[in-house]
Ligand binder design. Structure first.
Ligand SMILES: Nc1ncnc2c1ncn2[C@@H]1O[C@H](COP(=O)(O)OP(=O)(O)OP(=O)(O)O)[C@@H](O)[C@H]1O
Ligand SMILES: [Mg+2]
Length: 224
């Protein structure tokens, strides 16, 4: 028992303060993101809304420390995950964080699935990087995840390579993969843009359920 629950509750899952993201173009340094701050609690949702080019994706990439450095980098500010400083964390620690704590649904699903591995291999790896489950069980869970994101014929498509699937299907697979590791923070960068409106609604409902079941904090990026 925590004798003082208000203390525990006062540490947000993710706390971003005065974040500045800079790009260097030639000799000129420009601010792509100029001093943003936000906090998100376990199980909470934060929407980052803004017009195209305003720096939403760069903000998302900075949280996982995967900005296209050195052209784009964090200029200043703090990123704190459950009390731990991420802006200054080592690369090896960030690898753990990316595998187990924060996961991201990228805006471009085709570019973020590995073309040389089947869908199943990628989801199974995501499951097993987080939990010690036998391969056979991980595969069964992967099929269930694919079913939950409404991928038609998941038993068959789990053995496909990404190039055989449409953009919308790849998007759903990305979502399944992001949920597979049961992250504490899920960053979803316009996760439903490639999908038709019915599936968009289904996917948002799915994210909500996953969030309720696991207490995942969701950072949702959207332009509308
Ligand atoms: N390598 C780079 N060097 C310099 N500027 C860059 C680089 N990559 C992106 N930018 C600029 O950073 C700005 C923010 O880009 P970002 O992708 O974060 O926008 P966004 O808000 O996600 O837009 P969208 O809604 O279209 O996805 C843009 O103006 C873009 O031109
Ligand atoms: Mg973007």
């Amino acid at each position: 028992m925590n004798p003082n629950p208000s203390t525990a509750a006062s540490v947000p899952t993710l706390d971003v303060r005065n974040l500045v993201i800079e790009a260097t173009v030639g000799d000129v340094r420009i601010r792509l993101v100029d001093d943003i701050s936000f906090q998100i609690e376990a199980g909470g949702t934060l929407a980052i809304v803004g017009e195209s080019g305003c720096g939403k994706s760069m903000t998302a990439l900075s949280l996982m420390r995967i900005l296209p450095e050195p052209a784009v980098r964090i200029g200043s500010g703090q990123i704190t995950l459950e009390g731990e400083d991420l802006a200054g964390a080592s690369e090896s620690r960030m690898c753990e964080v990316r595998n187990r704590i924060i996961s991201m649904i990228f805006q471009d699903p085709m570019a973020s699935l590995n073309p040389v591995h089947t869908v199943g291999q990628q989801i199974v790896e995501a499951i097993r990087s987080h939990r010690d489950v036998p391969a056979r069980q991980a595969r069964a869970e992967a099929i269930e995840l694919l079913r939950s994101v409404h991928l038609p014929d998941p038993e068959k498509r789990i053995d496909y390579y990404p190039h055989r699937l449409s953009g919308g299907m790849c998007q759903r697979i990305m979502i399944a993969m992001a949920l597979a590791s049961r992250p504490r923070v899920l960053i979803a960068d316009e996760p439903t843009t490639a999908l038709d409106t019915t599936v968009q609604a289904q996917v948002m409902a799915l994210l909500k359920t996953a969030q309720r079941d696991t207490g995942t904090a969701v950072v949702l990026i959207t332009h509308n």
